[in-house]
Design a protein around this ligand. Sequence first.
Ligand code: ASP
Length: 438
Amino acid sequence: MKGKKLALHWKIILGMVLGVGFGYLMIQFGWGKTFVQDWIKPWGTIFINMLKLIAVPLIIASLIKGVSDLNDISKLSKMGTRTLGIFILSTTIAVTIGLVLVNVIKPGNLITDSTRTELMESFGTQADQKMVQAEETKTKGPLSPLVDIVPDNIFAAASSNGNMLQVIFFVILFGVGLILIPKSKADPVMKFFEGVNEVVLKIIDLIMLAAPFGVFALLAALVVESPSFDVFKALGAYAMTVLLGLAFMIFLFYPTLIKIFTGINYKTFFNGIAPAQLLAFSTSSSAATLPVTMERVEEHLGVEKEVTSFVLPVGATVNMDGTSLYQAVAAVFISQAFGDDVTLMEQLTIVLTATLASIGSAAVPGAGILMLVIVLESIGVNPAGIALIFAIDRPLDMCRTVVNVTSDATVALLIGKSLGKLGPPKVKDWDDQKSQLK
Ligand code: ASP
């Protein structure tokens, strides 16, 4: 019976809960950890690889169609400027919320000297590694982010998921070329990519059938590999501050913006985007989640491809509200834990550097803490302080990635509405979608 079928997000939640439970069960046995790492974790890795595998073909096919459907270049530049404007605005708001919370709660003052020493000793090596990586990012010149966007070889660029912006750059150029040539010549090319796009979307549907099993494996592995619960307790106040800010963004800020500007209600929005949010949580990677975010926003929330194909891939790479909020809280927390006051001027510096650092963070697990090094240095705090928050970074990474993905979806809805490219969803629920597979 149709009504009895579980919606996809419930199946994923079930997979997550069972995965956590299974992980806990396994750590009770001496052999449990190795068993999960050898026999369960690889399935999670395969699932993430499948998602990443589809990202570059999806961006190419859907953005070429998206850009050429816009028909004229002024529309493209209008969308581009609006999108970047909203990205920067929402990121700045997120940083400000993080700063307000950390200044009110002051979690750093709750860390005792002995806990601080213990954490610095236990996680010093990992912190050092991140600092070396951050140093490599920093030695580049001021215009290097721009230079990095322009590839010198499209095949080399498309061969790494980390080069998303380079691929986007080429594809936009290609789309602009398509707009400018005679329609009779452009049509077959567009039809080809339209077909490729359909195929890719169908592959995403297939991959998503495995999502509940994939997240089961990912979470079971996370549980067996996580540090002891005691460390979590020591960092409880800090984690709560970050989580409070992230929860505010997810449950209040974005749905309210969406309600006001598009009229879409809370339930419709969450039903549409939940599977992408749950995947963001399980994978800690906006890039791995991207194919699903695109599919959900387009098919389930009704934003047209012209908008999703541009806003979402660019957003996954540069728009990270969750990361910037976390970086602001973490920077002030570390400074408080070292007994330093953060002046108003330094707080303003954090607004700027956390916004830029989040733009510079890659859409992969653990990228946020790497760029935090730069935020800390900008306010004169010893970057080795990241050792203090290392133990709890993964769970917070999972949550901030949900915010990053939700924020991208929100911006796509707002831009879609403002350009008249928001219509009724093509697919209302997952079961309709699944029946198309038969
Ligand atoms: N994992 C985050 C993302 O992929 C980035 C971060 O580490 O904050 O969006």
